[in-house]
Design a protein around this ligand. Structure first.
Ligand code: HEC
Ligand code: HEC
Length: 345
């Protein structure tokens, strides 16, 4: 389509009142612009900022908090220690997260992006809301091992934070609620939608897939997309994808206490999957070929195994290679280099 016809289509859509500002997705980054944008083929977000309007001051305060080790008991670990931008905010090359005193967590750090579409947080969905979620890591004894109350106390002793909270929320008193709102403004703005996959989806002529990527996409759509549903590459559900017969981590069951949830974990997004190794809730696989071998020949039977995986997913070597070529189109280098999210020097 030429520029003119795009313009006309958009004009028609405006006339039918469905061409949101959001749909004019422009992945080009303007460092001063903290508007949260996404392409029109994304669904409506679950979190809409209406109760927490995003402002430049709130976003910058959230960013400072995210990268500040003051949130941990001995002021050594920040959110950013386990969520690194170059790894799409996962913890690069760490099987299980490392926190306070180098204590080992029980789970693999999750990548952070497109979280305003999340209907729950954590591998087991143990938190429902982006504004409540940080209490988990702050108070977890092997992560930051701090109390929210003491973080608020430490922040209120600092002149710089006093003026930043004042600028963001026009208040003289620092509260945990406002701290959590600021972090949500920062993390909520992490939108990853500028991968080759997206560029191809928006304009396939200008951004064509290679033959392998195309074939990989077809395989993906028939064998993986029932759970890893595009364009977010998750359906937000909890499933058992056959990693174990006996579960050392009960997953979703820990939250619901329902037997049929035993060993089920959140279907993770596969966007940026090239960068977020190791894989699975316990980081057991180092590489994508290992993940594909799991699906093709190592599925473990158990009562809660997803029915679609009972016989595994047949994949020959060529298909595996093509699938990986497609998965790599989901890497979003603009997101991992976005200066708005970068730790200040
Ligand atoms: C010691 C490492 C560590 C630190 C520090 C840490 N996290 Fe995490 N983060 C993790 C791990 C591990 C998980 C997965 C936890 C689980 O499933 O039980 C996670 C999960 C999350 C999620 C859920 C993502 C999703 O898609 O469900 C968010 C959001 C998050 N962390 C934000 C933060 C914030 C904000 C901070 C700072 C207040 C923080 N993290 C500090 C390791 C860490
Ligand atoms: C029945 C649903 C289902 C199907 C089908 C499925 N997956 Fe998954 N996938 C999951 C779940 C659930 C997890 C997380 C499991 C865990 O960590 O316990 C996962 C994890 C992954 C991970 C690791 C992600 C990370 O961040 O650690 C990759 C990579 C992956 N799947 C790729 C694929 C590919 C490729 C296919 C098709 C060949 C596929 N999946 C088919 C449900 C599914």
């Amino acid at each position: 389509m030429g520029k003119l016809s795009i313009y006309i289509v958009c004009l028609m859509l405006i006339l039918t009142a469905s061409c949101k500002v959001d749909s004019k997705f422009d992945p080009i980054i303007n460092e001063d612009d903290i508007t949260v944008k996404w392409p029109d083929y994304f669904p409506a977000p679950a979190y809409d900022f209406s109760g927490n309007p995003i402002t430049k001051e709130g976003f910058l305060l959230g960013k400072k908090l995210f990268y500040d080790p003051i949130l941990s008991v001995d002021n050594t670990i920040s959110c950013g220690s386990c969520h690194q931008q170059f790894a799409a905010f996962a913890h690069a090359d760490h099987k299980l997260s490392h926190g306070i005193d180098n204590k080992l967590g029980v789970r693999n750090s999750q990548a952070l992006f497109n979280m305003i579409w999340n209907t729950s947080f954590f591998w087991d969905g143990g938190s429902k809301h982006i504004e409540v979620q940080p209490i988990g890591p702050i108070t977890n004894p092997v992560e930051m091992d701090e109390t929210v109350q003491n973080v608020v106390y430490k922040l209120s002793q600092r002149a710089d934070y006093k003026s930043l909270f004042k600028a963001a929320f026009n208040t003289d008193s620092i509260t945990s609620q406002l701290m959590l709102k600021a972090i949500a403004q920062f993390m909520g703005a992490f939108v990853s939608a500028s991968s080759k996959y997206d560029k191809n989806r928006i304009d396939p002529i200008a951004n064509p897939f290679t033959e392998d990527e195309k074939l990989g996409q077809t395989i993906f759509e028939s064998k993986c997309a029932s759970c890893h549903v595009p364009p977010l590459f998750t359906d937000n559900s909890f499933r058992n994808n056959g990693l174990d017969e006996i579960f050392s981590d009960s997953g979703r069951y820990l939250i619901t206490n329902i037997n049929s949830d035993m060993g089920k974990f959140k279907v993770p997004s596969l966007r940026n999957i090239e960068l977020t190794y190791p894989y699975m809730h316990d980081g057991r696989f180092e590489t994508l070929p290992q993940v594909l071998n799991h699906y093709s020949s190592e599925i473990k039977q158990s009562a809660t195994l997803d029915q679609s995986l009972t016989n595994g997913i047949a994949l020959n070597n060529t298909e595996k290679q093509q699938l990986i070529a497609f998965l790599k189109t989901l890497t979003d280098r603009e997101f991992i280099n976005d200066p708005r999210f970068k730790e200040a020097n």
